[in-house]
Write a protein that binds this ligand. Structure first.
Ligand SMILES: [Zn+2]
Ligand SMILES: [Zn+2]
Length: 190
């Protein structure tokens, strides 16, 4: 192992909820630096590597380790649910950060020409694990759910709900229903 987590990084990861044993397992698998989480990339992949890991912990760890992939999403995701953003008959794309209208040659994934941030938030698909900008997965067509609710989507998926029903179910769930789902996520360990 040529690089290892620094003491500070280990402490941060433990504060996020990783146990000493889980840390050791990660290092054994080659996830031994903050940068290597970038290769892990997604909450789904992290859960595949460490199946016993609490999905909420996995989400927090990746939020810390891969800010580009996740940090902007929680703030933006709620906004994206509002039906006006990015849906325009002229196909115009407006920056999720500064709302600047992107040029005609804009392609999904480009950085905003005005503020330099990701014009569209990169979301992660609960169904197939792909990630990309926009409101739907380009790989399987599932509508994206907020990153913070990914573990809930995985739970509903395991319950056997259809791909198209899961985002709707989450959008319609009351706070109380979501609390119950979180309870199941924490107890059941996906
Ligand atoms: Zn911008
Ligand atoms: Zn997908």
């Amino acid at each position: 192992m040529d690089s290892e987590f620094t003491l500070l990084e280990r402490n941060i990861l433990k504060a996020k909820g990783l146990s000493e044993e889980q840390l050791t397992n990660l290092v054994d698998m080659g996830v031994s630096s903050r940068a290597s989480f970038g290769e892990v990339g997604t909450v789904l992949t992290l859960l595949e590597l460490l199946p016993e890991l609490d999905p909420a912990v996995a989400t927090r760890v990746l939020e810390w380790a891969v800010p580009a992939a996740v940090t902007e999403a929680p703030a933006v995701s709620t906004a994206v649910v509002a039906p006006t953003i990015n849906v325009d008959s002229s196909d115009a794309v407006f920056c999720a950060s500064c709302n600047y209208k992107q040029p005609k040659d804009y392609t999904p994934g480009d950085l905003c020409v005005n503020c330099g941030r990701q014009a569209e938030p990169i979301e992660q698909c609960f169904w197939c694990g792909s990630s990309g900008p926009g409101r739907r997965c380009r790989n399987c067509g599932a509508a994206f759910v907020p990153v913070a609710e990914l573990p809930l989507a995985l739970l509903l998926r395991r319950d056997g709900l259809a791909k198209d029903d899961i985002p709707r179910r989450l959008a319609e769930a009351t706070a109380e229903e979501k609390d119950q789902l979180w309870g199941r996520v924490r107890r059941g360990r996906i």
